[in-house]
Unconditional design. Structure first.
Length: 208
């Protein structure tokens, strides 16, 4: 499969995801809400809550004290309400209403000093986990210059709708679901394809 500027075969992807699941149990439980994808969008999908901010800390968002009141007070109810909780990036063709709505919500959380792309993506993914990819320094390495804003969303959309990637991600999910009950990687069979992509993108960036 092709992810950003990198390539990985399904067997290697499975091995990498096993390692990720074994070493990030707290992230899978408290951030991703596994097993069962509990609290998709959080307890209040159209507002940022203290619960949301605590969950982003588990995945390393590293919020500062001054970030918290600002995030709780951002007036984004209209932008959140315009995007269904299960809206998928696969359906957000660049220029479409869904894509523009995604960028409008992204813009609402832009501009606060010290609250950059990585922190923002971890919050927005939590609120709309099928639409917003997580980004970090390693994912930015994988996606090169298209690592933020509309260019990043476009690049990830392109990877998600790539027919060869669609086939490989389906195979990947089948194999994850078939993992032994004792395997932590089995939990990853429940997450959106988008989440698998950003985990692999981070691991691929870290490997270089």
């Amino acid at each position: 499969m092709n992810i950003g500027t990198r390539k990985i075969v399904v067997d290697e992807a499975i091995a990498q995801l096993r390692l990720y699941a074994e070493t990030n149990g707290a992230v899978l439980q408290y951030y991703d809400g596994l097993p069962g994808m509990t609290c998709v969008g959080g307890s209040d999908p159209d507002h940022v809550t203290l619960e949301d901010l605590a969950r982003t800390m588990v995945i390393g968002a590293d919020l500062r004290a001054m970030d918290i009141p600002w995030l709780l007070e951002v007036e984004a109810e209209k932008e959140f309400a315009a995007i269904p909780v299960d809206a998928r990036l696969e359906d957000a063709t660049p220029g479409s209403d869904l894509f523009l709505a995604a960028m409008a919500l992204d813009e609402k959380f832009t501009g606060h000093r010290g609250f950059g792309h990585a922190k923002k993506s971890k919050l927005l993914h939590l609120k709309r986990p099928y639409l917003y990819p997580v980004t970090d320094s390693f994912i930015r390495m994988t996606y090169g210059t298209a690592s933020a804003g509309s260019e990043f969303l476009t690049a990830v959309h392109r990877d998600l709708v790539n027919p060869a990637n669609i086939r490989d991600f389906k195979l990947l999910q089948v194999r994850l679901i078939a993992e032994p009950p004792t395997s932590a990687a089995r939990l990853l069979g429940e997450v959106p394809t988008l989440r698998l992509l950003d985990i692999l993108a981070s691991l691929l960036g870290e490997a270089k």
